[in-house]
Design a protein around this ligand. Structure first.
Ligand SMILES: [Zn+2]
Length: 128
C-alpha cells in the first residue's frame, strides 16, 4: 500500500497497514529463499545424475599399474582411475590393437558385451 492510498486514514491505521505489508514481504522473501535453495539442490542433483549417466555410457582406457599394458573399463567401473571417458569406437579400437599392444578388457566390469556391436576399426593401410 502506497502512502498515497493510505493518506486519508488515521496515522495508527496507516502504521498498522505498513507493518502488515512488511511482515508479508518478509514472509514472501523467506519463501523465495527456500524455493531458490531447493531448486539449486535439485539442479545440482540433476547435474550429478547426468554426469554419472554420461560416464556409464562411456569407457576408459588406462595404463595398468605395472605400466606394461592397458585395460578398458566401463566408464562407471569402480576400478577405473581415469577421469577421461572415451566413446565405444575408441574403446573398441584399443582392444583391437596388434598383439602385445592391444588393451585387455577389465575382468570386473567386463566391457565386452557393451562393445559387441561396435565394428572393429578399419585399417587405414588395408586398401593402400
Ligand atoms: Zn573395470
Amino acid at each position: 500500500m502506497s502512502e498515497f492510498q493510505s493518506a486519508g486514514l488515521p496515522v495508527e491505521q496507516r502504521l498498522a497497514m505498513h507493518e502488515a505489508v512488511l511482515v508479508w514481504l518478509e514472509w514472501q522473501a523467506r519463501c523465495e529463499r527456500d524455493a531458490i535453495r531447493r531448486l539449486r539442490s535439485e539442479a545440482a542433483t540433476e547435474r550429478h545424475r547426468r554426469e554419472v549417466a554420461h560416464r556409464g555410457l562411456g569407457f576408459t582406457v588406462e595404463a595398468d599399474r605395472s605400466g606394461e599394458g592397458r585395460t578398458v573399463h566401463r566408464g562407471d567401473c569402480g576400478f577405473a582411475r581415469s577421469a577421461e571417458v572415451v566413446d565405444a569406437r575408441e574403446a573398441r579400437a584399443a582392444l583391437a590393437g596388434p598383439a602385445g599392444e592391444a588393451a585387455r578388457p577389465c575382468e570386473v566390469c567386463n566391457p565386452l558385451p557393451a562393445l559387441r556391436n561396435v565394428p572393429p576399426p578399419t585399417d587405414p593401410w588395408a586398401s593402400a
